[in-house]
Ligand binder design. Sequence first.
Ligand code: NAD
Ligand code: UDP
Length: 340
Amino acid sequence: MDAAKTVLITGGTGFIGSHTAVELMAAGYETVIVDNLCNSDKSVIEGIEKIAGRKVDFVEGDTCDIEFMRDVFRTYEFDSVIHFAAHKAVGESVADPLKYYRNNLVSFMNIVELMKENGRSNVLFSSSATVYGEAETLPVTEETPRQPATSPYGNTKQISEDILRDCCRAYEGLYGIALRYFNPIGAHPSALIGELPIGVPNNLVPYITQTAAGIRKELSIFGNDYDTPDGTCLRDYIDVVDLAKAHVAAVDRMTQGRMDRKYEIYNIGTGRPVSVLELVQRFSKVNGIELPYRFVARRAGDTPAVWADASLANEVLGWKAGRDLDDTLRASWLWQQRLM
Ligand code: NAD
Ligand code: UDP
């Protein structure tokens, strides 16, 4: 294995990790996936291999277990890691903060520690638009001040960003990039991989597709009295394949020694605000399905509007979201049908 062309992907059987593995392999990288399957399924590996047309190294285990991870670092040669492994349900993090602080922070500190210990260079971290909270100006740029986190989950993203910044500053040879994702949706157009929500989905698109499939009776739209054009919240929905490609661009930048600073941050979004109602209507239209929905009260903690200024990623990473929203919504539906 060529270390410069090999990437360790923690959480690689998850939604974003699996799509990223596919895109990295298409770009000529080898991948090693570590996942404890707490929110994904081993069968995802087959989907990745089918699309990529080659084998993937998969190691089942917990990134919080430093001895297990030390062994992974001993076994495989890689210069770069993408750290996806984390719990991500905002509501659950409020109910059980320790579960989130332990999993999300211990696992990330282990990774950074082992990178330092083994003289490996590049850490790519999955951050989130949640760090901006209710921003004062829109769209948000990377310079827009972060707001105090409104959930333990959001707090783990802010703390992890700070850990990476400080460690890159302190340790020679360590470089970091945090990608702040906006709202990832969609699935691979092959419908061989996609999102696997366990239980009742919290996120909008899985709830839409499960309603379309008849698994849920109707969609509740949380709030239609916001100060937005149609009263529903505005978000920046980014296709998961586009998002995956942003990781390839960031890994290229790191492995090719093109970083201007030791720690960099990029917004990964489309720059296009879309309302909840508009998304629901477009899903119905492109897939030819009536979607029962009703307006209900606002959901606690929701930000009325947030979307990205992604020009830094466009200019510096040479990455741009390209996929048409209608195609993304078709892929989401195709994937849901595949699950049934
Ligand atoms: P996901 O749950 O589908 O994937 C995460 C994967 O990590 C799962 O396969 C899970 O089994 C694994 N995992 C969790 N803890 C682990 C541990 N201790 N050891 C080994 N594996 C572990 O989630 P996703 O949507 O693919 O998110 C990936 C990353 O992106 C997460 O860090 C998430 O916080 C971040 N993110 C996601 C979104 C989103 O809306 N999906 C938005 C912003 C940021
Ligand atoms: N939403 C909704 N009904 C649902 C799930 C989500 O109306 O069943 C709305 C939610 O209020 C927000 C948007 O859809 O305005 C996106 O929510 P999601 O949980 O997918 O992502 P978030 O932006 O909260 O990270």
